[in-house]
Design a protein around this ligand. Structure first.
Ligand SMILES: *Cc1c(COP(=O)(O)O)cnc(C)c1O
Length: 399
């Protein structure tokens, strides 16, 4: 929990400072870098102290499934960066989304979700939440009227990911938050693509932010993790209660890696955005390219919204090459440096063919409706020199 009176957090700090300083109270050793506490349990001074801890009458650590000092630094820092009261860390991004569902929903409740969300989130909603009596309706990300029409008296959560993957469509967070609140619902935003360095959904009225820390918060493709950020009651009690009972807690080692990642987050996101903006402009001028999707381009239909609700445009773009799947695969296979992988949020640039990987399970009709063209390529632009990234892509475009 963020403590505004703590010497390790000043609400006037800029995000870059919070990302480096917040949450760490030095131990008696005077360590400068945050310590890792690889311990499963903690000991008590006496039987009476143990009893008081277990009864919740005395704060303090008991067991690392509940709390761990390294994990807590990560939680406090991320909460401060997102502007939330409280964050709870999880073993993965999916564990964060699952914990929100289990913590805030019950049988008979209903979710309205953007259609353009992470594929595994759709499976969680359709296959598993459905089995426990929670139904989900999917709507186009940018069609506010469709969101409103889909809300029923049973709706509890609106769920959105913005910008979307891979087409970088935007959801209007403020409008969706107003809609949610007008119907007594909560707005949950998956902020993995932007991170708080680019977008702070809670400032725009969202109630809960979920993260896959596996992506940009780590930033170097090393560890799995996630987090839920929001208020003390819903996140600090309801979601946390699910986590400490069901067990997908974050390991202290991974929390420490994420702390090191957060220290450079602001810097990295600016560099990702700068590289992606240059690549998008370069692609848009290429005769082999039919269309480029990047919120930083003036040709993006929601460029103004991106300017209003984001600080920078992020590192993900996609584009359609002329000639369909054969051309797209040729571009991908001609690269020598870019990594052919569906992961993102790494200093290494990655390249993906959504129609045959992340969106491969969709029927041809669903692909057409979702805009996943056969010639579509997604690039999660990393931090290599933009000249080298362009040269690697130019090889296949020439072919
Ligand atoms: C990767 C990702 C997830 C899932 O996170 P994991 O850490 O892989 O469990 C959720 N949402 C988005 C937007 C993602 O990119």
């Amino acid at each position: 929990m963020t403590d505004p009176d703590s010497p390790v957090f000043d609400p006037d700090w800029d995000l870059a400072t919070i990302a480096i300083r917040a949450g760490h109270r030095r131990t008696a050793e005077g360590e400068h870098s945050e310590p890792i506490f690889p311990t499963s349990s903690f000991v008590f001074a006496s039987a009476a102290e143990a009893a008081a801890r277990f009864a919740g009458d005395q704060p303090g650590n008991i067991y690392s499934r509940f709390t761990n000092p390294t994990v807590r630094i990560f939680e406090e820092r991320l909460a401060a960066m997102e502007g939330g009261d409280c964050a709870v860390a999880t073993a993965s991004g999916m564990a964060a989304i699952m914990a929100v569902c289990l913590g805030l929903l019950e049988a008979g409740d209903h979710i309205v979700s953007s259609r353009s969300i992470f594929g595994t989130t759709t499976i969680l909603f359709n296959r598993y939440m459905q089995r426990f009596g929670v139904a989900t309706r999917y709507v186009p990300l940018d069609d506010l009227e469709a969101w409103e029409r889909a809300i029923t008296p049973a709706t509890r959560l609106l769920f959105v990911e913005t910008p979307s993957n891979p087409l970088t469509g935007l959801g209007d967070i403020r409008a969706l938050a107003d809609l949610a609140h007008a119907h007594g619902c909560l707005l949950v935003v998956d902020n993995a693509f932007c991170t708080p360095a680019v977008q702070r959904p809670l400032d725009l009225g969202a109630d809960i932010v979920v993260h896959s820390a596996t992506k940009y918060l780590d930033g170097q493709g090393r560890c799995m993790g996630g987090a839920v950020v929001g208020d003390d009651k819903r996140v600090g009690e309801d979601v946390y209660g699910v986590l400490r009972t069901t067990g997908p807690s974050l390991s202290p080692f991974n929390a420490w890696v994420f702390l090191k990642g957060l220290e450079t987050l602001d810097l990295r996101m600016r560099a990702h955005s700068r590289n992606a903006a240059r690549l998008a402009a370069w692609l848009e001028a290429r005769p082999e390219v039919e269309k480029v999707f990047y919120p930083g381009l003036e040709s993006h239909p929601q460029h103004a919204l991106a300017q209003a609700q984001q600080r920078g445009f992020g590192g993900i773009l996609s584009f359609i090459v002329k000639g369909g799947q054969a051309s797209a695969w040729r571009v991908i296979d001609a690269t020598r440096m870019l990594s052919i992988t569906a992961n993102l949020g790494d200093v290494k640039t990655t390249i993906t063919h959504p129609a045959t990987t992340t969106h491969g399970r969709l029927s041809d009709e669903d692909k057409a409706e979702a805009g996943i063209a056969a010639g579509l390529i997604r690039v999660a632009v990393g931090l290599e020199s933009i000249d080298d990234i362009q040269a690697d892509l130019a090889r296949g475009l020439h072919a």
